[in-house]
Design a protein around this ligand. Sequence first.
Ligand code: HH2
Length: 260
Amino acid sequence: MGVVNVTPDSFSDGGRFHDPAAALAHARRLIADGADLLDIGGESTRPGAEPVSEREELARVLPLIRALAPECPVPISIDTAKPAVARAAVGAGAAIWNDVTALRGAPDSLDVAAALGCEVVLMHMRGEPRTMQDAPRYGDVVAEVEAFLLARAEAAMAAGVRRERIWLDPGIGFGKTLAHNLALIRNLARLRRHGFCVLLGASRKRSIAALDPRATSPDARLGGSLAFALRGAAEGVDAVRVHDVFETVQALRVWSALQG
Ligand code: HH2
């Protein structure tokens, strides 16, 4: 899953693809580089990020989805916590609603997801982006994240979302320390056991800088991103959400050939 952030402030590529033409060119580049899914987002969720209005978010993502959908050979995912943005995006051709709030963003999120009939990514987040990195604590992070995601999947199914349309994502970096993130990535196979598709998003995240102090800039985190993606593959995840599609596809091809 290649990331297209149409935002001025995303942590890894903020501002670079804010302009619609640049965002379209970037999306085309990711497809040419081998992306099987494209995730389009108009609101940054980086730690400390300020919320964006519905109107502004729609103005960022809709022109791109409208331009891209007719020519896009892979499913488009909309990264939003707002039901109105998800509805408009699916209307314009998106097939997946990627929600970092696991459909808790608005009172009607669950019902809208069921009515849209699209796939949904339910991600774990502790708190909200503005405050989530303020000393997060867990007893057993792997068990707590798993229980949360299964409860959200149950809530989605109770609202009418079909089981096979649900993805789970541990939410690397969303209210977690380095130790929490590592424990979650080491135990992805456990999340996979429940029969839902699993998504891992660890590309360019801060945990890499915590392990390699040279990687202060997100651009300098490719090696760590690949290491996380390969561990995700070894744990059996169904997709990895990444910024560097060409390099990740290559790493996964070589890793896969080595499996014999
Ligand atoms: N991470 C980010 C955003 N959306 N969605 C899912 N399902 N899983 C993730 O791990 C995830 C996500 C943060 O990364 P990025 O989009 O590069 O930055 P920003 O939120 O600042 O736009």
